[in-house]
Design a binder for this molecule. Structure first.
Ligand SMILES: Nc1ncnc2c1ncn2[C@@H]1O[C@H](COP(=O)(O)OP(=O)(O)OP(=O)(O)O)[C@@H](O)[C@H]1O
Ligand SMILES: [Mg+2]
Length: 252
């Protein structure tokens, strides 16, 4: 994935102010930054849920921002996992995984079910294929959402704070699934506040603030020894909210 000179405005509000970011095949890049800095908008521009104001986005050899591009064809290559799981409540786990494969990819039932079961195994939910979303925990529902995205055979996975709606004890299972995907070589762009995940799994960490990339590099650099004051202030808030309040009250 290659994003070049990406700008996005909503009316007078410029939300992305020229973003350049590359994720090579098999890489995991984590995006961190304060609320409102434009992280979700960046992800939404990559699969054209938002139309960029200017700039280019290329994914797997396709220019997403080319006005002539077959956007459905591009989107099939990009899996997206949101904070909200967006599962169909009236369908079982298996139904949620097979419906988009059949509708969008035209797969037959047998093939779709085989692919679905393979991906349920990857996320550790083989015993839940007949459950409805209401019968699953939040963490299990999010793993179903990940398996649904994987069933489309994406070349790039976008994650937008996939664990931030979960109870703390459910976060670990979802992160474990994502860690395994990374080990399998999936190309991933992940917006997250989970710094331990970023430190362990990311090849690179990108810190965004106010619509721009402030700092970027390997996690041990950006999270471990941030160079920019804004990055340090953000990390202090995320890693120890109580201590950060004290820091902000200090003069200078
Ligand atoms: N559809 C929209 N119309 C108008 N403004 C929008 C729209 N979507 C986002 N914005 C604004 O763009 C800015 C960036 O929003 P975005 O959701 O990308 O931030 P974020 O970094 O993902 O924040 P958070 O960490 O809270 O999820 C915010 O000021 C937001 O209010
Ligand atoms: Mg967001």
């Amino acid at each position: 994935m290659e994003v070049t000179g990406l700008h996005k405005s909503f009316g007078d509000l410029e939300v992305l102010k020229g973003i350049d970011i590359t994720v090579r095949g098999g890489e995991v890049v984590c995006v961190i930054g304060p609320s409102g800095s434009g992280k979700s908008t960046l992800l939404r521009c990559v699969n054209l849920l938002e139309e960029p104001t200017s700039g280019t986005v290329r994914v797997a050899g396709f220019e997403v921002t080319d006005p002539e591009v077959d956007i459905d064809r591009v989107r099939r290559r990009i899996g997206m996992v949101f904070q909200a799981f967006n599962l169909f409540p009236h369908l079982t786990t298996l139904g949620n995984l097979t419906l988009p494969q059949r509708r969008v990819l035209g797969r037959g039932r047998a093939e779709a079910e085989e692919v679905a079961r393979g991906n349920l195994r990857r996320v550790g939910l083989t015993d839940k294929e007949s459950s409805y979303p209401a019968q699953l925990s939040g963490g299990q529902q999010q793993r179903v959402a990940i398996a649904r995205a994987l069933s489309m055979g994406p070349e790039l996975m976008l994650f937008d704070e996939p664990t931030s709606a979960l109870d703390p004890e459910l976060v670990g299972d979802v992160l474990a699934v994502m860690r395994r995907l990374a080990q399998e070589g999936m190309t991933m762009l992940v917006v997250t506040h989970e710094m331990s995940f970023a430190r362990e799994v990311a090849d690179r960490v990108v810190f965004m603030d106010a619509g721009a990339i402030v700092e970027e590099g390997p996690p041990e650099q950006v999270v471990g020894e941030p160079q920019q004051a804004r990055t340090r202030a953000f990390l202090a808030r995320v890693l120890d909210p109580a201590a950060a309040d004290v820091l902000e009250q200090e003069p200078g």
